[in-house]
Design a protein around this ligand. Structure first.
Ligand SMILES: *[C@@H]1O[C@H](CO)[C@@H](O)[C@H](O)[C@H]1NC(C)=O
Ligand SMILES: *[C@@H]1O[C@H](CO)[C@@H](O)[C@H](O)[C@H]1NC(C)=O
Ligand SMILES: *[C@@H]1O[C@H](CO)[C@@H](O)[C@H](O)[C@H]1NC(C)=O
Ligand SMILES: *[C@@H]1O[C@H](CO)[C@@H](O)[C@H](O)[C@H]1NC(C)=O
Ligand SMILES: *[C@@H]1O[C@H](CO)[C@@H](O)[C@H](O)[C@H]1NC(C)=O
Ligand SMILES: *[C@@H]1O[C@H](CO)[C@@H](O)[C@H](O)[C@H]1NC(C)=O
Ligand SMILES: *[C@@H]1O[C@H](CO)[C@@H](O)[C@H](O)[C@H]1NC(C)=O
Ligand SMILES: *[C@@H]1O[C@H](CO)[C@@H](O)[C@H](O)[C@H]1NC(C)=O
Ligand SMILES: [Zn+2]
Length: 746
């Protein structure tokens, strides 16, 4: 008997009254209406759209409005060609200025809700540089202030009347180097965490993943009413909190195990910062545990499945706690491969699971106070000269957990230099083809609390006019260049990385692209998430982050100071500078190239690799038939290749024949082409009724992660829920038909 699952989906007519017959004749891949993972539909829809560049394209072009277009090659006309612009973007930014901006931003606390002064300062600077239009927009948010945090290891006494014996009181703050001038000292807490004061036996739960708790339950470790000690890593910290709560855990302690630092650890003989590259033992990673808004005041921590109090601690603080588990319960390494590798063995930690003996308990106290605050986003704009409004947006967030020299103010310093470079060009007479917008967000650390409302408010405008969103969180905190982007932006990222000299020492003549290799991760990262998920705009996040041989990056800790960057993270500021240039040049291409250098074939390549990855996650390939999806992608690829070559022929025509610039026909074709390119990303977005839209290929992820694409498909593979993928795609059936109607009906 065939093992392949199949489930009948409703016929198109029963899903949409407007779809119907037209579809059947347009099906290319002849996908049986049997197994249809979410994406098939999105992919197919695009297949249909750019099908047969011969006829299809004509039909598409005809779809576009026939307004007469003011198609003026302004930059060339004014003697300000792309080469001159690019040259300015390379020579204007300077290490000296970057250092100055970094020093300014990191000199005072500027968490979400504390950023008004720095917002005003940023706006004034941009005006001083010569940016013609600036604006500051504010939003109200709820910000959780830490009131009291405590983590104590206690021994309960026989006489319950007596106060327990205090075995260890966690320090909960970093031990800063004496010569670090930073005065910012943020307490150890999680934003969006829950107020609670819990006392109980504790367990060690590895990374705190569902699988980890499954393993524990299999080993008959009682989870109910316990406090869990969990390592950072693998997934978003907020997921750890929710997973724990759902298992009956009453409180969660998150710590950074040196295991995640690979070779560069004290155990391997490296000295910690400031004497060497290893992670300081008092390093604490703060961060949000809720995805959005941070308005989670006063839930009851004792209710199963609700959220629970959490606290971040250093590995120094966890050593006495984990050693108290030695000899209690199974050993972590007996639980399986995933449980091995803890990096504190040399400190006497044996990584036993526990639970701790009945009298040895943890007291976790987390008192939060939620208050209403204003956050301030700063916008700068140079208007484009195209007849239709088109916008390229560059953004970085300003708010920081601590001094924030790496995250995010290395990006803020870079943004200042990007803005200054474009302002210099503007003052020299350059006028952009498309509008370029710069944004300094506040509130990203609360779950993009500054970009979220702005994107939502302007969603319909954005999805019409935004060409792309280019984000930088961390510009220079290591030597490894990263780009997290939708495949559509690959060419532009490569082109910009090819134009900039590598900042790696002694690498004359080597470009960033050479050094980096060009591999692009799945998109996401800070405020880019909002643009990608809510407005379905192509996004990229770039920067230099720590590679395997770089000093550990003191992400979200009090060590992330100006002194750390200036001495260790990016002495010389060359990585900041390189990010600045790549960022500007990417923007310049998106703003200036008459034919957008988007590449649909790259999207096909991306899709193929995503499906290949998903396929490997199937324990048994016959469990689920991926061939309809692969077929759709193959179709997509062949039309994409034709479409891209049509684009490059148009592009070549524009470059060769000056006379054709003013030619109405070519202008119209380019306009249509740009529109089609811009619409590709939104074909992968799906919005159900009043729900927020989502990109079907990518999931939300924290800045430092690039989780695999096709999240829903992977989830359903993992849970072997074969109907889930299919059922979750039902709503997009209706959506898909509307789309085809729109295309065919035009
Ligand atoms: C929190 O719980 C601990 C242990 O039960 C107790 O000593 C402490 O007073 C409590 N704190 C508050 C603010 O109630
Ligand atoms: C936040 O929560 C408080 C208390 O539940 C509520 O009064 C307030 O309206 C909420 N604010 C927002 C912005 O949702
Ligand atoms: C974004 O939306 C707000 C609120 O509707 C509006 O005031 C603002 O002008 C919009 N911004 C842009 C750039 O259109
Ligand atoms: C940054 O480091 C350089 C080189 O050590 C030093 O000359 C400079 O004074 C430092 N900058 C600040 C603001 O301390
Ligand atoms: C699009 O990308 C493909 C694959 O990377 C490449 O072969 C092709 O030349 C690109 N097309 C254009 C117009 O850049
Ligand atoms: C195109 O324009 C450029 C700059 O204005 C000029 O130098 C060149 O000679 C022109 N080429 C043709 C073929 O007209
Ligand atoms: C495409 O580019 C042309 C030339 O710059 C411009 O006139 C047109 O408005 C653009 N369209 C879009 C949607 O980007
Ligand atoms: C499979 O997923 C669907 C939709 O999310 C859910 O309703 C159903 O309960 C799941 N089935 C199993 C066996 O988990
Ligand atoms: Zn951050």
């Amino acid at each position: 008997m065939a093992k392949t699952r199949s489930i009948d989906v409703p016929s198109p007519a029963s899903v949409s009254n407007t779809g119907g017959p037209r579809i059947a004749s347009l099906h290319i891949c002849r996908v049986q209406t049997r197994i249809r993972p979410l994406v098939v539909l999105a992919v197919l829809s695009f297949c249909l759209m750019i099908l047969q560049p011969g006829q299809g394209m004509l039909c598409l072009l005809r779809l576009q409005s026939q307004k007469s277009c003011l198609f003026v090659p302004h930059t060339i006309e004014k003697g300000f060609d792309f080469a001159r612009l690019e040259n300015l973007l390379q020579v204007v930014p300077s290490a000296v200025e970057l250092e100055e901006w970094s020093l300014y931003y990191t000199s005072q606390a500027h968490f979400a809700g504390q950023g008004k002064d720095q917002g005003i300062w940023t706006k004034h600077k941009w005006e001083e540089f010569g940016i013609p239009e600036t604006e500051m927009v504010s939003y109200k948010v709820f910000v959780g202030n830490p009131v009291r945090q405590r983590l104590a290891l206690l021994k309960l006494l026989d006489d319950v009347e007596l106060a327990p014996e205090l075995l260890y009181d966690a320090v909960l703050i970093e031990d800063m180097p004496e010569d670090d001038t930073s005065r910012v000292r943020t307490p150890a807490y999680h934003s969006g965490s829950f107020t609670g004061n819990v006392t109980g036996q504790f367990i060690y739960a590895n990374f705190g993943l569902s699988q980890d708790y499954d393993d524990l339950e299999k080993a008959k470790v009682d989870l109910k009413g316990k406090i869990a000690v969990v390592k950072y890593g693998e997934v978003f910290r907020g997921d750890k909190m929710h997973t724990a709560a759902a298992r009956g855990i009453i409180g969660i302690v998150l710590y950074t195990d040196p295991q995640q630092d690979g070779e560069l650890t004290e155990a391997h003989g490296y000295k910690p910062y400031p004497d060497g590259p290893a992670r300081p033992s008092t390093y604490i990673e703060r961060g949000a545990v809720e995805h959005f808004g941070g308005n989670s005041s006063g839930s009851n921590p004792s209710v199963d499945g609700e959220s629970i109090p959490s606290i971040p601690v250093s590995y120094n603080d966890i050593i006495p706690i984990l050693t108290a588990l030695n000899g209690n319960g199974p050993r972590a390494e007996d639980m399986g491969e995933r449980w091995c590798g803890g990096g504190l063995s040399h400190k006497g930690v044996e990584y036993h699971i526990g639970p701790s003996p009945p009298r040895i308990v943890l007291n976790l106290e987390n008192q939060m106070e939620y208050v209403s605050k204003e956050i301030y986003d700063v916008f700068g704009k140079i208007r484009g000269s195209t007849s239709e409004e088109e916008v390229v947006i560059l953004g970085n967030h300003r708010d920081a957990w601590t001094a924030g020299a790496g995250d995010p103010n290395s990006g803020s310093a870079a943004l200042m230099e990007v803005v200054r470079s474009f302002a210099v060009a503007y003052k020299a007479g350059w006028r952009p083809r498309r509008t370029i917008m710069f944004v300094s967000w506040e509130g990203e650390e609360l779950g993009q609390a500054g970009s979220e409302p702005w994107v939502v408010e302007n969603q319909s405008w954005l999805s019409k006019v935004a060409v792309g969103y280019l984000n930088v969180v961390v510009a220079g905190a290591g030597q490894k260049f990263h780009a997290k982007a939708t495949p559509l932006l690959r060419q532009i990222i490569h082109e910009a990385a090819r134009a900039v000299q590598s900042p790696v020492l002694n690498s004359k003549g080597v470009t960033i692209l050479d050094q980096w290799g060009g591999e692009i991760g799945t998109p996401g990262g800070g405020d880019a998430i909002q643009f990608l998920q809510k407005a379905c705009i192509s996004t990229v996040d770039i920067g230099f982050s720590p590679g395997p041989v770089d000093p550990t990056f003191p992400y979200h800790s009090n060590f992330d100071t100006f002194s750390w960057i200036n001495s260790t993270g990016d002495p010389g500021w060359n990585y900041h500078l390189a990010t600045t240039k790549v960022w500007s040049i990417m923007a310049a291409h998106l703003v200036e190239d008459p034919v957008l250098k988007f590449n649909a074939t790259d999207y096909a390549t991306g899709l193929t690799s995503y499906v290949e990855f998903a396929k490997k996650k199937l324990a048994d390939p016959s469990d689920f038939d991926l061939s309809p999806l692969e077929c759709a992608i193959a179709e997509f690829r062949s039309t994409a290749i034709l479409f891209d070559s049509y684009a490059s022929s148009l592009s070549a025509l524009v470059l060769k024949e000056n006379s054709s610039w003013g030619h109405k026909d070519i202008a119209r074709k380019i306009r249509a082409l740009n529109k089609t390119y811009m619409s590709i990303e939104s074909r992968f977005c799906y919005q159900e009724g009043e729900h927020e839209s989502e990109h079907v290929l990518f999931r939300e992820s924290p800045w430092y992660q690039s989780p695999p694409a096709l999240p829903r498909l992977l989830e359903s593979f993992e849970s072997k829920n074969w109907s889930q993928a299919i059922f979750s795609s039902f709503p997009s059936v209706a959506w898909n038909y509307e789309l085809v109607d729109e295309t065919a009906g035009g």
